[in-house]
Design a binder for this molecule. Structure first.
Ligand code: GLY
Length: 561
């Protein structure tokens, strides 16, 4: 057998459910001729099926993405968008594909205000929350440039899952339970996910015949069907009926964009990650540059001194995120300055071991004088091609609008623009002009699909879901593997922290010990216990064996956000 999915044979696809992320284990997978790790077993299998048929990593990634758009529309799908970072082994080239949603041409900040005051719900739920979806354009673009199998073959597993149905798993059941009010308020969503008006039981089948027809049309006609044909018309009709501003022209004009990948280094490795409009890659490189100056091998993993240094690096990076990052097609993003090793040296000089500082202390400014959802999957094929892909509809089930004729759940990515002033967005993220809402602009993202090369070998393929926690979860996974020499399973599962500068508090998972917490408080950190700081899917490859881990936090996250 080409593929040894050892989890299936030995571990029996473990999803050990628990109430604290630290008490549970990742779903671990192993292979020697290619591996796909998604946060859904069906989606991983869809990708593996394609690898077995001789498809490459990009073929597998497209099949995985399409399957995710069926089995977990709560997290990502045809109504959303994402980013894909690709490493091509034969010529050692890397690529970054941006299929992030854009603001409709008629959108403006005033639509999200009442009596001059921000209305947070407007950018989160319903028609004004929806950005022009980029997922289909992104997958078609990746297919055009890299794929070896026809789109119809790659869409087949997703089509089967949509038409024949897929069994509800623990994470999906919890999501539906927790969102029951929305499913009542948005009956088109409810008809699919709460048939008979009840929360389905684990194992019950969810069938999506309209989504199957949509997938079939996309597999046959590509972008034409989605962005110009009956699917576009159905989306616009549904949004208009509810009072939204998206038009057929918005869909017609949408384009996925190839961007120059962001390339940095960490302890002799090459780090390939996503440039703006993701803030993830810039922040990740900033933090890696800062912590590279510390000898973490001398620290105890997750000790207070270690976590303090990490949170200080996070505060600096997120201060810069709020100040400087936005869509590079609209604003100048000083990414070279922010990811410069000299800047990192200066940041290290401002970090002291004994205490943390007030928010004004952080960020490049001084130097010069998301409840969320989303999903990440990682792929490596037998030839060493790698794909790190993170995709999203933003928060769970996005805008909650399901376009009945198409079966598609529409995103609420408009909330990722800085439109709510000091109160920040659903994740408490603040921003300024760089990420202001403008027609056609892409909202700033935290998605950080990342490939770490050791020489020319993809050593780590990683990324996460979890709004701004994505960036810090990806960072800590990389550090756990490279600095603390952990295998991928423990690296993904180890307790994490999260600081995003504002609000000025340090999130800590339950696995961070009481003594470490006290010690961090002594340094001035305001701690906040959190149960699932991001959901990571990662693969490591030592040149012989590929090991993958799907984070067990997926269920816990659905339960607590
Ligand atoms: N919608 C979450 C993100 O892109 O950061």
């Amino acid at each position: 057998m080409l593929f040894s999915l050892r989890s299936k044979l030995v571990f029996g696809l473990l999803y050990i459910l628990g109430f604290a992320a630290a008490d549970v284990s990742a779903r671990t997978l192993q292979g020697s001729a290619g591996l796909v790790v998604a946060d859904s077993e069906h989606a991983s299998q869809a990708g593996m099926e394609i690898l077995k048929r001789g498809g490459n990593a990009i073929d597998a990634a497209i099949a995985t993405a399409l399957a995710l758009s069926v089995v977990d529309q709560g997290s990502s799908g045809l109504g959303g968008g994402g980013f894909m970072v690709i490493y091509r082994a034969k010529d050692k080239k890397s690529f970054a594909l941006d299929f992030r949603e854009t603001a409709p041409a008629a959108s403006r900040r005033e639509l999200y205000l009442r009596d001059g005051k921000p209305v947070p719900a407007a950018s989160l739920t319903g028609p004004l929350a929806v950005g022009v979806p980029g997922e289909v354009a992104g997958l078609i673009e990746a297919h055009k440039k890299f794929a070896t199998l026809p789109l119809a073959v790659l869409a087949a597993p997703a089509l089967k899952l949509a038409s024949e149905g897929f069994p509800v798993d623990a994470a999906m059941k919890v999501s539906i339970e927790r969102g029951a009010n929305n499913f009542k308020r948005f009956p088109d969503l409810g008809r699919i996910y709460m048939p008979n008006g009840e929360v389905p039981k684990e194992g019950d089948a969810i069938r999506q015949p309209q989504l199957a027809a949509t997938l079939k049309a996309i597999a046959q006609q590509g972008n034409e069907a989605f962005y110009r044909g009956w699917i576009a018309e159905a989306i616009v009709e549904a949004i208009k009926k509810e009072g939204g501003v998206m038009t057929l022209d918005d869909l017609k004009n949408y384009k996925a964009v190839w961007r120059e990948p962001l390339i940095g280094s960490y302890r002799g490795r090459t780090v390939i990650t996503m440039p703006p409009p993701s803030s993830g890659g810039v922040a990740l490189l900033q933090m890696l540059n800062v912590v590279e100056g510390y000898k973490f091998a001398d620290f105890t993993h997750n000790s207070a001194p270690y976590l303090h240094l990490l949170s200080e690096a996070m505060k600096h990076a997120f201060a810069d995120r709020a100040e400087h990052l936005g869509d590079p097609d609209f604003v100048h993003v000083p990414q070279r300055k922010l990811t410069d090793k000299n800047y990192a040296t200066w940041v290290r000089g401002r970090i002291v071991a004994e205490k943390t500082f007030a928010p004004t202390y952080y960020g490049y400014y001084n130097y010069n004088g998301e409840k969320g959802s989303t999903t990440h999957f990682s792929v490596i094929d037998k030839d060493g091609n790698a794909v790190a892909c993170t995709q999203t509809v933003n928060t769970r089930f996005g805008s909650k609008m399901l376009v009945a004729k198409t079966g598609i759940v529409l995103n609420n990515e408009m909330d990722d623009f800085a439109i709510h002033g000091d109160t920040g967005n659903v994740y408490g993220l603040v921003g300024n002009q760089a990420n202001s809402l403008q027609p056609g602009k892409r909202p700033l993202s935290s998605m950080s699909p990342t490939i770490v090369l050791n020489g020319n070998r993809p050593e780590i393929v990683a990324g996460a879901s979890g709004g701004p926690r994505i960036i810090n979860a990806t960072l800590q996974t990389i550090l756990n593997i490279l600095d603390f020499k952990m295998a991928v399973g423990p690296a993904v599962e180890a307790a994490r922290i999260h600081h995003q500068w504002m609000p000025d508090r340090l999130g800590v998972e339950s696995g961070v010990g009481a003594e470490q917490r006290k010690d961090l408080e002594k340094r001035g950190h305001a701690l906040r216990g959190q149960s699932a700081l991001g959901v990571v899917q990662a693969i490591t490859w030592d040149g012989t064996t590929m090991n993958g881990a799907a984070d067990s936090r997926k269920v816990e996250r659905a339960r607590t956000e």
